[in-house]
Design a protein around this ligand. Sequence first.
Ligand SMILES: [Zn+2]
Length: 386
Amino acid sequence: MPTDGLKTETISGRSVSLRIGVDLGGNDIKFGATNLDASKILVPELVKRPSLTGEGPQKTVAQTVDGIEAVLERLGATWSDVSDISVTVPCPCSPEGVIIEATNIGTPETKQLWQVPFGELLAEAVHEVAGLRLPVFACNDADAAGQDDDFVRFGLDTGRRTSVFVTTGTGLGGCVMINGSVHYGRGQAGELGHVKASIPAQYAARFAVDTNPKCGCTGYQCTETRASLQGLVRRISWAISEEGAAFIQTRLEVRGETLNLAVLETLRELSKEGAKRAAYEVRTFADRDQDPFCRWLLEDWAVMIGVLFASIAPILHPDLFIIGGGLTEMSEKSKDWFIGVVRRVYGEVNAQKSFDLGPGKTEVVWSVSQDQGWRGAILMGMRAHQ
Ligand SMILES: [Zn+2]
């Protein structure tokens, strides 16, 4: 069986050989397993289940137990082989694994139900089916994504280093890692999307029609409001209006670029199905076709991430600023363009030589993780249990 030959440890009288990682998302749950030092992925093809988060945590707990049983079946293993279970949730979590706010799961009616220690509920459900008390660790998904990236780069090394990680997507998640471990503070350290980074004067005109955007956190001017899909959804109606398109066209002409009217018309057509529909296509046009209009819009993200990094540098002076999440799926050419803007803006904002970018200094790089937040959770769990 796939677990044959794995190193074992004895915990509470059981001989254990594997760890379970669970990535709980708004739509589905992904399950994976590793050996005890997380160096070997045991289930090459992830097991998935619908997360059913709209109905409150109990249904989701049942789906989670079901998915773990499927993983064990594939491995020819039993609950008794499991050292521990680690779960990522798309919500701010306390260090104890209590979901502080159900931001990206549930419905307006069920959000309150989610403010629970999800790990404890899961541990209780596992106890019922397996008759065992297994340690369950719950953590924030952006933290887990950052932790997995760190593992790909440095393994389990705990040598001196600082990394700042952002994850691009619907929102802008983040984490700070010091010597290979996520820094929690009182729990919410590293919520970088909610840093209110001020816009440098040279970019004021770009955002002049959108000076005080409201964030999902109820605050204003969070970086996330301009560097996320949510931000683009808010921005797109203006961008495709006569006024917005004319403004962007003028900006493009200054650079010697041309607005492609066919792309603008397509976005206007798509927006009839909703702003979200049009916003989704902006990345496709910016990436696949290198369309100047769509790149100008996506540049909002790059500018704000550059400003964010420049604002954080004097606080943490990290070795690495890492960009992960959805934008890592773009072509190499588009990724080079995007990170080039981030680096340029970073340099424009930070005039202090001590914070310069470059090899051996601070670097801005793309994430090298392959979307294995579930493994990141395992790694965080391992550190928490040490
Ligand atoms: Zn916010």
